[in-house]
Design a protein around this ligand. Structure first.
Ligand SMILES: Cc1cc2nc3c(=O)[nH]c(=O)nc-3n(C[C@H](O)[C@H](O)[C@H](O)COP(=O)(O)OP(=O)(O)OC[C@H]3O[C@@H](n4cnc5c(N)ncnc54)[C@H](O)[C@@H]3O)c2cc1C
Length: 479
């Protein structure tokens, strides 16, 4: 096996699988991508949005936003994809334009372009990426091939994956199998069935339910932002995501334990709630292009493929959601996945010739670049669920107790007032620098604590709990 010209099988043709296929093929490997869903990539965005059957990706028509880290990776590695996305109607978007009005220092700064992105609805983004992958010389993409199990042999004292077996019984051999099967990947079960030690896995239900509706502008472009992209309004949160071709999505999400709010599945109630939020009501002013799409049961899940300090198997690497995935309200999954794919390509370049060295290096890189984002998201989810639950019971949320929670609160209070705090917050939202890293800088901490003073993070206007329940009940009475 050499670091170029190896046989690599990528499982799954989602965002990460397609990107991995292209990057690894460009390094001279013989790459086959196997995808369970059988439909080929539509020719243009409209049929992708309206008809593309992608049952393998449950969230395919849920709201998606490409953070700037994803745009940066694509521009570095696959610039043609960004060009094609813009040609397909993808929106170039600069989140710095959402700088809150009270911030006086509005001068542009060196490096500000790093925040920009190009974004689109998920089916459109994947259609563009899929077409690019189909056109990649020498890259084999086989759709309608469902992989069932691994082929494993002993190598150098370790179980070593040497290929996969499809549902049809077909066997495909490889020097490396890349798991890009997303958040429902069965890799840990397959490994155990092949006789390896169990992997380390952490799973928790993030506890949110999402209710989303898409719109298209009747005239002109997307609505003006009068609030941040993601805002907490008491016991619910609102997420407004701009998309391609003058489309956008509005999502209301709630705690899964909040039974009365589950009536938001009803389009009339959903509309009444958004209309009752002064900073968001105008996002309803478009032509609805979907019903209210609900999604719950979204787990935070982290996997580490090691046991007793050793890889549970060599010859296999999990990437993107298959390795770590979280509640998606920060919209980071695709960007982190693309960044992870880029690093996988680098580790393959450096270490593929030695399977054990490769497994160790891949674990180290994953822990360094992906895991900090996972931990940050989980910490934020837990805090928000606790806050929602307290407010639902009519209690004041508990004040933060840990140092990181206190610093987070200071940062959130400083964001609407201060250009440095705003940029630091954006850098985390855009998957550029995790908050933990930014908040490790004592000078920055001193600065935000001073700016925050005693003021709490601002709360956005919207119905309070009693008004919210009345609003949902009134509609029941009317129905
Ligand atoms: C509600 C929701 C909203 C989200 N919003 C955002 C957002 O705004 N921004 C963002 O960046 N991310 C968002 N995400 C996350 C994003 O969807 C994922 O991070 C991304 O899809 C991961 O890509 P992937 O390629 O790793 O996996 P996936 O896209 O899930 O692709 C996995 C592929 O593997 C295939 N597969 C599975 N099993 C097999 C098998 N046995 N054999 C062959 N093929 C198989 C599947 O069919 C699928 O095509 C959201 C997620 C959810 C749940």
């Amino acid at each position: 096996m050499t670091s170029t010209g190896s046989r690599i099988i990528v499982l799954g043709a989602g965002v990460c699988g397609l990107a991995a296929g292209m990057l690894l093929r460009r390094d001279g490997h013989e790459v086959t991508v196997l995808e369970r869903d059988h439909e080929s990539v539509p020719r243009s965005p409209d049929p992708a949005w309206e008809r593309w059957a992608r049952s393998g990706v449950t969230q395919f028509r849920q709201p998606h936003f490409l953070q700037s880290r994803g745009r940066i990776v694509l521009e570095e590695e696959l610039p043609g994809v960004i060009r094609a996305l813009e040609e397909a109607g993808g929106l170039r978007f600069d989140p710095l334009e959402l700088m809150p009005p009270p911030i006086a220092d509005r001068a542009p700064r060196f490096g500000d372009e790093r925040f920009q992105t190009v974004t689109a609805r998920r089916p459109v983004l994947e259609q563009v990426l899929g077409r690019a992958a189909d056109a990649e010389p020498g890259l084999e993409i086989r759709r309608g091939v469902s992989v069932r199990e691994l082929m494993v042999r002993a190598y150098d004292g370790n179980p070593h994956v040497v290929g996969v077996r499809a549902d049809s019984g077909e066997q495909l051999e490889a020097d490396l199998v890349v798991d890009a099967m997303g958040r429902r990947s069965q890799l840990p079960r397959w490994l155990e069935e092949a006789g390896t030690s169990p992997i380390h896995e952490e799973i928790e239900d993030s506890g949110f339910i999402y209710y989303t509706r898409y719109f298209r502008a009747r005239n002109g472009g997307i609505p003006e932002f009068r609030a941040p992209i993601l805002t907490s309004v008491g016991t619910f949160s609102v997420l407004t995501l701009p998309g391609d071709n003058n489309t956008w999505s509005v999502t209301v999400y709630i705690s899964a334990g909040d039974i009365p709010l589950k009536r938001l599945r009803d389009p009339e109630r959903w509309t009444a709630l958004v209309a009752a939020c002064p900073s968001h009501a105008h996002w309803l002013d478009g032509e609805p292009i979907s019903g209210v799409l609900a999604m719950g049961g979204v787990t935070d899940r982290y996997r580490r493929f090691r046991s007793d300090g050793r890889p549970v198997a060599t010859g296999v690497a999990a990437v993107g959601d298959a390795c770590a995935c979280t509640n998606p309200s920060n919209g980071r999954g695709m960007s982190l996945g693309l960044m992870h794919v880029q690093r996988l390509r680098d580790v393959i370049r450096a270490h593929l010739e030695n399977p054990r060295e490769f497994a160790d290096a891949w674990d180290q890189v994953t822990e360094a670049v992906l895991t900090p984002w996972y931990r940050e998201n989980v910490e934020e989810d837990r805090a928000r669920i606790v806050e929602m639950e307290a407010l639902r019971k009519g209690l004041e949320p508990e004040p933060p107790r840990t140092r990181s929670a206190l610093l987070r609160r200071a940062l959130l209070a400083a964001v609407p007032r201060d250009a440095d705090a705003f940029r630091a917050f954006l850098a985390s939202r855009c998957c550029l620098i995790p908050l933990r890293e930014t908040l490790a800088n004592p000078e920055f901490v001193e600065h935000i604590v001073r700016v925050a003073g005693d003021s709490p993070a601002p709360r956005l206007a919207g119905p309070n709990r009693a008004q919210l329940l009345n609003l949902l009940d009134d509609l029941r009475a009317a129905a």
